[in-house]
Design a protein around this ligand. Structure first.
Ligand SMILES: [Zn+2]
Length: 98
């Protein structure tokens, strides 16, 4: 995570794999990763997003980690939701009806 040194920005960058342009792309991917995991990404962005993942193993890892995290969270939340009967009993007890 070395931020590029602005004092070096005068050096001409002619490489077609310009690391600054690539870094911008990665930052954008990370900004929209939750749109992807929530299936709320527009078609146009989705295509660009997938293209980037094919070229960038780092972002692919980020996305996979985010997906795993989300799957985990959803599984836990689902397990934590009590059945309606139990919920009513708890509410009744909490409101003094024991
Ligand atoms: Zn990337």
């Amino acid at each position: 995570m070395n931020g590029w040194d602005p004092t070096e920005s005068e050096a001409p960058i002619v490489d077609d794999t310009d690391p600054r342009a690539f870094a911008m792309e990665c930052r954008r991917v990370r900004q929209v990763v939750f749109l992807y995991t929530d299936n709320e990404m527009g078609q146009e962005l989705l295509v660009a997003f997938r293209e980037h993942l094919e070229l960038c193993p780092h972002c692919l890892q980020e996305v996979q980690a985010a997906q795993r995290l989300l799957t985990l969270l959803r599984a836990r939340c689902a397990r934590r939701a009590a059945p309606e009967g139990l919920r009513l009993r708890i509410v009744r007890r909490l409101t003094g009806g024991f």
